[in-house]
Ligand binder design. Structure first.
Ligand code: SAH
Length: 218
């Protein structure tokens, strides 16, 4: 037996190990990122009825027409943000149930996460408390506006697809900061953006499929 969460037994430990092996097979090489994912009990963040599938490498429904991100995509995005640097002060847009925020909190002490659906944010709070993760600062807000009161951020990660990169997020990126976000509608790609002295440098990564980034709160 190991882990902070009661009921987290050997079976779950084995399936978690297998999930990490699958991420390696798919090309994730950053040991810090793999360790961060291994440290977060994903079953705590999914509905009870789906807990047996928590360590499959798939997106799962969260309720409110939202999904908990696929572990590979979480790993891929965080790896791109982490290569050659520390994450530093990090902002997540679209906290959902709090899973990715928990992974980020393994890698940096300063995590801010914004969610526009209040009951989901409440769930994220409960889930993070259940795994004794107290560092993540959660806010109910429209993340398209960023989080001006805590800006600038060294790292910004967006968990919902925008048709265009929200200008407020570009503005809130610190010098040498990095942001990753899905861009597009029916077809989407991951954009990695670095703030350089001479401007913003965008690199297009994989094709992806995320829920849309919406306006306002509910
Ligand atoms: N990060 C989550 C994934 C949640 S899915 C995880 O770890 O599994 C994407 C989330 O983005 C949804 O919860 C959705 O409500 C939220 N979202 C969409 N548009 C948003 C916006 N403008 N501001 C904040 N959150 C938003």
């Amino acid at each position: 037996m190991s882990g902070a969460v009661s009921g987290f037994g050997m079976t779950s430990q084995r399936t978690r190990t297998r999930m990490i092996e699958r991420l390696r097979e798919k090309g994730i090489v950053d040991e810090d990122v793999l360790a961060a994912i291994a440290a977060v009990p994903r079953h705590v963040f999914v509905e009870e009825a789906l807990a047996s599938r928590a360590y499959e490498d798939t997106a799962l429904p969260l309720g409110f027409a939202q999904t908990i991100s696929q572990p590979y995509v979480v790993a891929r995005m965080i790896e791109a943000l982490h290569v050659g640097r520390e994450l530093g002060k990090t902002l997540e847009i679209g906290a959902g149930c709090g899973y990715q925020a928990a992974v980020l909190a393994q890698l940096t002490d300063e995590v801010y996460a914004v969610e526009r659906i209040e009951p989901l944010l409440a769930k994220a709070r409960l889930n993070l408390r259940a795994i004794k993760e107290t560092k993540v600062r959660l806010k109910h807000a429209d993340g398209q506006l960023g989080l001006p009161e805590a800006a600038p951020f060294d790292t910004i990660i967006v968990a919902a697809a925008a048709l265009r990169v929200p200008p407020a997020l570009l503005r809130q990126l610190a010098p040498a900061g990095r942001m990753i976000l899905p861009v597009g509608g029916a077809t989407q790609y991951l954009a990695l953006i670095e703030r350089r002295a001479e401007g913003y440098l965008e690199t297009r990564l994989d094709a992806v499929r995320f829920v849309p980034l919406l306006s306002g709160v509910e």
